[in-house]
Design a protein around this ligand. Structure first.
Ligand code: PRX
Length: 669
């Protein structure tokens, strides 16, 4: 991990933000958790952190076999929760509601073209059972990996739930990833089956998912025996006899009842690949019981679910937010959720607000990048729609700048609705730091305080807790929690090293006898005088582009796989809408391209990266140079490149560079 960087540019302004917004009295009057209840929960958790979670697990999850041991820390940091209990995620999300909420809508779906479909809990249960039986008929069993590469749709949720029902481990790959990224994930997971669709709708175009699957499976994926294809866009697709099956044909003959496979709490529920600072994306592995517990209770606490709510988390199921707050959390709580397939600006900039109006959305949870984009399009768009049913707003995935927060509060929240800014990660499984909307004031740009049962700290370069209330440093989580990742699929050493390696010498056994280690989040943070947290950004070489995690090394490898590229270095630069944009410095084989040649090669390289990884990774800027700035020991000076990308004055000492003359060229001068 590189040296921690001081907060720069836009983030500095966050640290001067002083405004606080207490929850409105109307909200407090009806909230599930008020300030007094929050204090009581915190006290319970502090008195007995493991017992706190055990109690919640008994209360909020249905167990086939109750657990007797809440936490096994004997192999820390490979913690295990509720080890001798047996449960099933799909039973928790579906079966347990059939008696009381069978006819309640579980999903309200709207496609980009305006098609609407409502699924009741009973209908969803039946379809999940049919697909689960279909998977079994194809020989898929407990522990097998199934890759899901689908549009954002009820069927994607059904696919995830069907896997969970039979104990198969799903790995959802975001539909925006390229065939080559898909192939890497299929191979790494050792998947036996892929569930996809012919295509999905995005901004009026068909995203050709089946075509990408065919390309991905064309080499190196021999373990994949079957591909199930949901028909969505109905264009002609390639077909491999004996391997490919239509979803509707497979399900037509299956029973709508499927006995669940009761799995041990530690049984992997899913793998989700995410970017790190080195090497290829890693398969973050989550365990059934612990993951489901945090997804369930954080949904209840943070979103303050009431039975009448229509909850809309706009995240695609391809990301962790779409796992915890689309596929699992809302269903586990029996709430009604909204799923919208397409782009926020189709057919116009009012689409999100029209959906809120038409479907009676009460809770709206999205990413700052979407808020900033919608903000730019003007207040007249939300003004056209009746947003009066909204009662709670949320933000996730990246720091939200105070300006966007205030706009969200004023224009969408009518200065009345609470905003919850939730900090968490693919690895944490569920929200970790967030306001409870009826219990505490919010501050624009701060994710506030750790949730009950979650213990975070701010530490210095040596991993030592900074004693003062006001502190800036590394964000660490100091106590294991149920939904923490269990390992990196197939690479436990990487798990231990990445998350617990930096401060490995700081381990202790606490007063309850729990073995504690510091989980290093990879973010830098500021804690203010009120104990509120302000996330300043990543401390490693991971970018956050539109709320999506991207490793700079992944983009660099994609660039150097192009025949013209000799060397590349990728950094982030602040971007008004995306938060961060990808800036690539490229050294070509042969002479440095200039003028038109440079423009056309830059375009080609963007497309190349899009093909290698996916559209989200396409560099916004490509700058060609004869060389990269290197120290005499051959290290690329990334800090210097970051300053150049931001267009800042160079204050670093460049005299130690092997090639100081290169700086002006890198600056485009
Ligand atoms: O840097 C933090 C940022 O997103 C990273 C995690 O990315 P990912 O695993 O893709 O999960 C995103 C959705 C949970 C974090 O290390 N991040 C996430 N939420 C926030 C945030 N930064 C600031 N504020 C947040 N609310």
């Amino acid at each position: 991990m590189s040296q921690m960087q001081a907060p720069q540019g836009a983030m500095k302004s966050v640290l001067h933000e002083q405004r606080a917004f207490p929850p409105h009295a109307d909200f407090v009057a009806k909230t599930r958790i008020d300030a007094a209840r929050l204090d009581a929960m915190r006290a319970e958790a502090a008195a007995d952190p493991v017992g706190f979670w055990a109690e919640l697990a008994r209360k909020h999850l249905a167990w086939q076999t109750p657990f007797t041991q809440a936490l096994d820390d004997s192999a820390a940091p490979n913690y295990r929760w509720f080890v001798d209990g047996r449960t099933n995620a799909s039973v928790n999300c579906l079966d347990r509601h059939l008696g009381t909420r069978g006819d309640k809508p579980a999903i309200r779906f709207e496609g980009e073209g305006g098609d609407v479909r409502i699924w009741t809990y009973r209908e969803l249960h039946a379809e999940v059972c049919r697909l689960a039986n279909g998977l079994k008929s194809l020989g898929i069993a407990k522990g097998d990996r199934v890759v899901i590469y689908m549009p954002h749709s009820p069927e994607a949720v059904i696919a995830m739930q069907a896997c969970a029902r039979i104990g198969a481990i799903h790995s959802v790959v975001f539909g925006g990833f390229s065939s080559s990224s898909l192939r890497d994930r299929v191979i790494d997971a050792g998947a036996r089956l892929v569930i996809t669709a012919d295509g999905g709708w995005r901004a009026g175009n068909i995203v050709e998912l089946k075509k990408a699957v065919d390309e991905a499976l064309s080499s190196g994926c021999e373990a994949v025996g079957k591909v199930i294809v949901f028909k969505r866009t109905a264009q002609a697709v390639g077909w491999k006899q004996g391997r490919d099956l239509w979803w509707h044909e497979l399900l037509a003959t299956q029973s709508a009842q499927c006995e669940p496979e009761w799995v041990e709490a530690e049984h992997p529920l899913f793998l989700l690949y995410t970017s790190g600072s080195t090497g290829k994306p890693k398969g973050v592995q989550h365990a059934t019981g612990g993951y489901l517990l945090n997804a369930t209770v954080t949904s209840l606490w943070v979103f303050d679910y009431q039975d009448s709510d229509v909850f809309w988390c706009t995240a695609d199921v391809g990301w962790i937010t779409g796992h915890s707050y689309v596929a699992y959390g809302p269903l586990s709580n029996g709430v009604t959720m909204m799923i919208y397939e397409g782009a926020p600006t189709v057919p116009d900039a009012g689409r999100f607000w029209k959906i809120c109006q038409d479907h009676g959305v009460t809770i709206f949870y999205t990413a700052p990048t979407a808020i900033r984009a919608l903000m730019k399009l003007g207040e007249e768009w939300p003004a056209k729609y009746d947003l009066s049913r909204l009662r709670l707003l949320g933000s996730v995935g990246e720091p939200i700048n105070p300006e966007a927060w205030i706009w969200y509060h004023r224009v969408i929240g009518k200065e009345k609705l609470p905003i919850i800014d939730t900090w968490w990660q693919t690895e944490t499984g569920a929200a970790m730091i967030s306001p409870l909307p009826g219990a505490m004031p919010a501050k624009p740009g701060s994710c506030t305080q750790a949730l009950p049962g979650i213990f975070v700290d701010v530490v210095d370069e040596a991993g030592v807790s900074i004693p003062s209330q006001e502190a800036s440093g590394y964000l660490v989580i100091t106590h294991p929690w149920p939904s923490m990742l269990r390992t990196v699929w197939g690479d436990n050493d990487r798990y231990v090293k990445t998350y617990f390696g930096q401060f490995a010498d700081r381990q202790w056994t606490d007063e309850h006898g729990t073995r504690r280690m510091l989980y290093v989040a990879g973010d830098s943070v500021h804690r203010d005088a009120d104990g509120y947290h302000w996330i300043l950004g990543r401390v490693d070489d991971v970018l956050n582009v539109s709320g999506h995690r991207l490793g700079t090394m992944e983009v660099e490898s994609a660039l150097v796989s192009h025949p013209r590229v000799a060397e590349a270095a990728v950094v982030g630069r602040p971007h008004e809408v995306k938060g961060e944009a990808v800036f690539a410095f490229v050294v070509c084989k042969g002479p440095r391209p200039e003028g038109e040649e440079a423009a056309s090669l830059a375009k080609e390289l963007r497309e190349h990266v899009g093909k290698q990884i996916g559209a989200i990774a396409k560099p916004d800027d490509v700058r060609f140079a004869d060389n990269l700035p290197k120290t005499r020991s051959g290290k690329i000076m990334r800090r210097l490149l970051r300053s150049i990308a931001k267009g800042e004055e160079i204050t670093q000492d460049i005299s130690t560079l092997e090639n100081p003359g290169i700086v002006a060229q890198l600056q485009g001068r």
